[in-house]
Design a protein around this ligand. Sequence first.
Ligand code: SF4
Length: 414
Amino acid sequence: MSEEKKTKIKKIQVTGHMRKMMADYFYELDAASKAGSPKIAWCTSVGPAELLLSLGFLVHYPENHGAMLGATRTANDYIPVANAIGYSPDICSYLTSDVGAFIKKETPLSRAYEGIEGVPKPDVLVYNTNQCRDVQDWFSWYSKELGVSALGISSYRNIGKIKEGHLMSIVHQMKDLIPPLERISGNKFDIDKFREVVALSKDCTSLWRKVLEANTATPAPMSFFDATIHMGPAVVLRGSSQAVEYYKVLLKELEERIADKEGAVEGEKFRLYWEGMPIWGKLRDLAEFFIDLKTAVIASTYCNSWIFEAFDPEDPFMTMARAYTEIFIVRDENFKEKYIEEIVERYKLDGILFHDAKTCPNNSNNRYGMPERLEKKLNIPTLTINGDLNDLRCYSEEQAKTNIEAFIEQLETK
Ligand code: SF4
């Protein structure tokens, strides 16, 4: 790698701290898996993690593992393995790469962490369909394969205004999970412990929001590509004090950058929104490409998806139901457009990039005319990039970069 390439991305100094925390998390899961205690739950990324933690489970997130397969560019070795057992190449490539890796008995965890030989063995699988139906199929496959119960919450989708009926249904379903989870964990549900975990998740979420909102400053101190890495603790360690401590230090570093007027992109000329999933195998490449274009991609739906504003330890069931129901992916087009409009204004953005991820229609919001409607309303250009979260066969680098360059030229003339 040339010297020029090495220095393009400004390193966030606390990254080492985060890597150590993530390593501790994976080693703790591995030790529990080998010892058979504490019990391990696999949970979808926006599943009832706080409930599981309060019952003493350690929690593994298969989507996080899917993202690791994407980021290490090994996903394409595994997707065909899942296709061969009947999973279409058109469905979620987190699912197909994760299942394929499991069948091949391989994981990027072994390469990253000495001594870890596989993903932690689950004692229970818990999903929430708030994001998509794929997670239910994904966990059902593991349930049959491993002989472990899959329990779930079926959520409403495409919601405009959230009504009490929506929330009550989720609350009932969460409460119904408690008896089987008590049996599997061997622990009794304790409302105070639950409140404690929800309070920690609330603190984590508030700090994560502040971290992301640091990018309302000009120049923006952190790129979307940095944020996808630094959201790791909000995804897998929410509900813990480590995540809270981490975001305090990260926030401090970003505030120092703001005070020093140090942007993630030297000479920031344009500011963009990234709508949709990251292209995990191309994060670094795209980050460097945008730096060369003096363009800061600084706000996104994806990173905002781990802001769970509603959490309140005083009313943990109802507010957890609300937090996991009011997320962007669950909402109707009208809500989504207003949400993006508000961010475009607040972050002073010049344009919006839509990533049409081939295997995730749930996170590809360009398909029903939203870019055109927002262009008209906000008088800013949009661009759709075709690609995928994990399956790099769906991404043409040359075409994407040509289109992005033309888009930036359009901004220059504007
Ligand atoms: S939301 Fe998309 S990426 Fe996430 S699990 Fe569902 S299909 Fe896969």
